[in-house]
Design a protein around this ligand. Structure first.
Ligand SMILES: Nc1ncnc2c1ncn2[C@@H]1O[C@H](COP(=O)(O)OP(=O)(O)OP(=O)(O)O)[C@@H](O)[C@H]1O
Ligand SMILES: [Mg+2]
Length: 240
């Protein structure tokens, strides 16, 4: 479903991704782990064509992303759910308006159907009743839930979540991680979550990838990673 082969990317001579290859089968939830600044967000942004690689191939649901024109990219992104590290909710719109926005822009649904769908998606993330609240009136965990509902509302086939637990307390982090897992399985989305929150990562992941110095240095299940001989992986796991 998502297959990345030999992707490299430098910014101003600084090599961030150095021949990354990874595969996530349809319907699976993969976690991408690595220290801050190792390129997790950069790799995720390649998958929706926000950043073009210097080399390599990015295939998502049968589409070679790097071959898409700007216009095709806009269409392609509609089936991609993207939960941004900072949520990227519109501050000047209520939670309900934030969810309705992509439906108004990109579908033929009637106002009544949009209203119903928004209510259904808010309920799915346990946020029923917050339609008329602005993001500033919600807590960090609540904003994350609203942003997650918005990421899924266009019936996304792929869900990409960038650091969904950063800035949340341990309980909220566990809840949001579990919610991502539940919704990913319920909707059948192929899902990638970036994080340095190891405990929650293993709680939800079907498989994990560890990124270090531009390369995937280990991958597999929790057990496989813990058995990895790679020094960085051992240090990384120990420090959690
Ligand atoms: N648009 C850009 N232009 C130039 N450099 C960039 C750009 N985006 C990212 N970088 C650089 O790429 C590197 C990786 O950044 P990235 O944000 O992907 O790290 P990360 O693993 O997501 O970190 P964190 O865990 O803190 O979110 C950093 O050195 C960053 O400065
Ligand atoms: Mg990041």
């Amino acid at each position: 479903m998502i297959t990345i082969s030999g992707v490299s990317k430098s910014f101003n001579g600084n090599l961030v991704l150095d021949g990354i290859s990874l595969h996530v089968p349809a319907g699976e939830l993969a976690v991408l782990m690595g220290l801050s600044g190792t390129g997790k967000s950069v790799l995720l942004q390649h998958m929706i064509g926000l950043i073009a690689p210097d080399a390599g191939s990015i295939r998502v649901d049968g589409t070679e992303v790097i071959e898409l024109s700007e216009r095709q990219l806009l269409l392609f992104r509609r089936k991609m759910g993207y939960l941004f590290q900072d949520n990227a909710l519109y501050d000047f719109m209520t939670a309900g308006e934030n969810l309705a926005f992509p439906l108004k822009e990109h579908t033929q649904l009637s106002a009544a159907d949009i209203h119903t769908k928004v209510g259904r998606y808010l309920k799915m993330v346990d946020m029923q009743g917050v339609e008329n609240k602005f993001p500033a009136e919600l807590s960090g965990g609540m904003r994350k839930r609203v942003a997650l509902a918005r990421a899924l509302i266009m019936d996304a086939k792929v869900l990409l979540c960038d650091e969904p637990t950063s800035g949340l307390d341990p309980i909220r982090s566990r809840d949001i991680s579990k919610l991502i897992r539940d919704l990913s399985k319920k909707t059948g989305c192929t899902t990638i979550v970036t994080t340095h929150d190891m405990m929650n990562a293993f709680r939800i992941a079907d498989r994990a990838f560890v990124l270090d110095k531009g390369k995937i240095v280990a991958q597999g299940t929790e057990k496989e990673l813990k058995a990895s001989a790679e020094l960085f992986v051992q240090e990384f796991l120990q420090d959690q």
